[in-house]
Design a protein. Sequence first.
Length: 199
Amino acid sequence: MALLEVKNVSKDFGGLRANDNISFSMEADEVVGLIGPNGAGKTTLFNCIAGYFPVSAGQVFFKGQDITPLRDFQICHLGLARTFQIFQASGDLSVLENVMVGSFVRTRSRGKARSMARQWLEFLDIADAGSLMLSELPVARQKRVALATALASDPKLLLLDEVAAGLNAAEIDGLVQLLRRIHDEKKIALLLTENVMEM
């Protein structure tokens, strides 16, 4: 059984069709890159898969369950998380508190959420930034905070939208190594809107 199966998904915005009859599947041990030019509809497809947009036609299955009618928070609770091209952090929360938001998908305990968040900050090598505000960090570290927030929800599949945008070559190399660790050590499948693993 595929971890994710997208069947004939289309998404319309009025008279504009952003996704047209898209079908693919991926297994739990895979890293998959969706490639295409800007405006090709990759982010729209991510939004449909993750429940942010309702599909106009077709179905999305995750771990064999039809998640097409579910809301984004319900899909996240099942183990599918995503990052965004622009990380929407809460400006009045510290880095640690922002990552805790992801942890609350799995626990109601502030103490446990804090512990889970700290573990991910350590894994992503940004534990020293926990007390800082996101705006105090350079772009590469902000992207790691976004990763930590998504990972704190304990996903089985992580959708990464333009995760390398704005990074220089050295930062991309570091990111690729980090994504390999996430996949290999944490056994999380990755679906990316770019072929960053080949960079």
